[in-house]
Design a protein around this ligand. Structure first.
Ligand SMILES: [Zn+2]
Length: 118
């Protein structure tokens, strides 16, 4: 990986972190406890709850991704960044641009996925 590519990745990671952190603030607003019974009917409440569950799921995933991205930005200047933890080959730069937090190359990631779902 060239220095310019690393800089681009750093930029990409901070941009992703920025938008994720904004998303988390919005989602936390949406996942706040539902208003008391006196204000809404039970059907409405049910609808709001299933919507909230979806938001909670997205919130949870956004937080995990923030942790991973922060970890990547700390590692990016080290030699092991961008190298597959499984086969020790370089992770394709195009892949890192989309998923800067990846620790595996495309092939190993899908092999691991297959193994995990078996
Ligand atoms: Zn690999």
């Amino acid at each position: 990986m060239t220095l310019a590519q690393k800089e681009e990745l750093k930029k990409k990671i901070s941009e992703d972190l920025d938008s994720l952190e904004r998303e988390v603030i919005e989602l936390e607003e949406k996942t706040k406890p539902i208003v008391p019974d006196c204000c809404i009917g039970s059907d409405e409440r049910f609808e709001m709850m299933s919507e909230q569950e979806v938001f909670e799921r997205i919130l949870y995933e956004a937080k995990i991704r923030i942790t991973k991205l922060k970890y990547s930005i700390n590692r990016i200047d080290r030699e092991e960044y961008g190298i597959c933890m499984e086969c020790e080959e370089d992770i394709p730069y195009q892949r890192l641009l989309i998923l800067p937090e990846s620790s595996y190359c495309t092939k190993c990631a899908s092999d691991l996925q297959k193994r995990a779902t078996k």
